[in-house]
Design a protein around this ligand. Structure first.
Ligand code: NAD
Length: 388
């Protein structure tokens, strides 16, 4: 049996999601072409690395990611650290000939993402970026329908990513508010996923014009936890928030379609409103991750008196679904998307094929993020080609 040995860097929330995903792949999809082995996990906080190794079932742990990258018993370096560490670890992993699974956003800047992409392509290693919302049978169906021309010519993409986890001003300052660690806020952290959906379903963007805003100007400094688990005491010092709570931008696709993307981490009332409406000359699609097992489809060609959106519940006819359930409507969850992602990576590594979305796709997303930032800084439309 072919084994693919995984080394995870970062032992927080996404380490749990990725490790759970790898463990589940053989149970859902079988042992071929490879089974994953949770070999080792690294975290700068040794207590966190040790605890994660025990809970998640890794053979070993370390506090030094360089040791993990150099380890001959590691085939895939899986990067789930905050964003500022992605580039250094990925470039070192590529140079060591390791395959790389990296969380989104790929890097802090498009330039950094390009260096990662070029290092991985030069080394000939497989790469995959964690744009897990693409790994939904509903998105596979949407793509098939668009490619088959069922929507006609696409005229409009309206995308969202709202969550209200930071509406409460007492949520502490974490790495997600620190520009040098996270990069942008709602734009890079959240809207990058919506951009991934736009690129996958509608195609390349030509130009953008954006807005950013920060409404909660300062937050209390955390004394424990990391990211979404950060905790602060009642008398904690305050620190200025360095990136955006909210972004909105207009875009024009190469095809001529127009788009808007809006994302907020203080999106009151919305828990995971990642989605879109895509309108075309013959039909339209509507999707929200809050109802991730449903795709709404409108067909212009139906008799006028019967025309209306219909709900398609995902089932075994749609890509990936049959690995989970033999009948439609049972439904998948967030972690199932990570299982599909881990499965796609294992197949690619074991068979020497390309995984998608790869680092070059992550670079394309980061170019759009940088184009929006430049547009905000310079108060003008920016073409994506202006970003190197
Ligand atoms: N795809 C998604 O849906 C999704 C969801 C959440 C987070 N993410 C991404 O995953 C990544 C991690 O996010 P998270 O929420 O798991 O973070 P987290 O704060 O829960 O965990 C990060 C861990 O990395 C460790 N760490 C920091 N720097 C390190 C370094 N140089 N070497 C080793 N360990 C280091 C921290 O100690 C912490 O344990 C980020 O890039 C984030 O954008 C993606």
């Amino acid at each position: 049996m072919n084994q693919v040995r995984i080394g995870v860097v970062g032992a927080g929330w996404m380490a749990k999601a990725h490790s759970t995903a790898f463990r589940n792949v053989p149970m859902l999809f079988g042992n071929e072409p490879a089974v994953p082995v949770l070999e080792t996990i690294a975290d700068i906080d040794p207590a966190r690395a040790k605890a994660a190794a025990e809970t998640l079932g890794f053979n070993r742990w370390t506090e030094d990611w360089r040791q993990l990258v150099a380890d001959p018993a590691v085939d895939v370096v899986d990067i789930v650290t905050p964003n500022d560490a992605h580039a250094e670890i990925a470039i070192a992993a590529a140079k060591a000939g390791k395959h790389i699974y990296c969380e989104k956003p790929l890097a802090l800047t498009a330039g950094e993402a390009l260096r990662m992409t070029e290092a991985a392509e030069a080394a000939g290693v497989t790469t995959l970026v964690g744009f897990n919302y693409l790994k939904n049978p509903a998105q596979a169906l949407a793509k098939e329908m668009i490619e088959a021309g069922e929507l006609g010519d696409i005229t409009q993409f309206r995308g969202t990513f709202d969550q209200d986890f930071m509406t409460d001003p007492t949520v502490p300052f974490s790495w997600r508010h620190d520009r040098s660690v996270a990069g942008s806020g709602a734009l890079g952290d959240m809207a990058s996923h919506t951009i991934s959906l736009a690129l996958e379903l509608v195609g390349e963007m030509a130009e953008v014009c954006g807005l950013l805003a920060t409404f909660v100007k300062q937050r209390s400094v955390a004394t424990g936890g990391s990211g979404h688990t950060a905790k602060a005491s009642a008398d904690a010092a305050m620190r200025a928030v360095e990136n955006d709570d909210l972004t909105q931008f207009l875009c024009r696709f190469n095809s001529g379609a127009l788009g808007t993307i809006a994302s907020s981490r203080i999106g009151t009332g919305r828990k995971l409103w990642v989605g879109y409406e895509i309108q075309g000359t013959k039909g339209a699609l509507y999707f929200t991750q809050e109802r991730m097992n449903e795709l709404q489809f409108y067909r212009q060609g139906e008799p006028a008196r019967e025309r209306g959106y219909k709900t398609i519940l995902t089932g075994p006819e749609h890509r990936w679904y049959a690995g989970f359930h033999p009948i439609a409507g049972i439904g998948l969850g967030y972690n199932d998307q990570k299982i599909i992602e881990a499965r796609d990576l294992l197949v690619a590594v074991a068979t020497g094929q390309k995984a998608t979305p790869d680092f070059r796709f992550g670079y394309r997303v980061d170019r759009i993020v940088d184009a929006v930032l430049k547009s905000v800084d310079e108060h003008r439309w920016v073409t994506v080609d202006e970003i190197g």
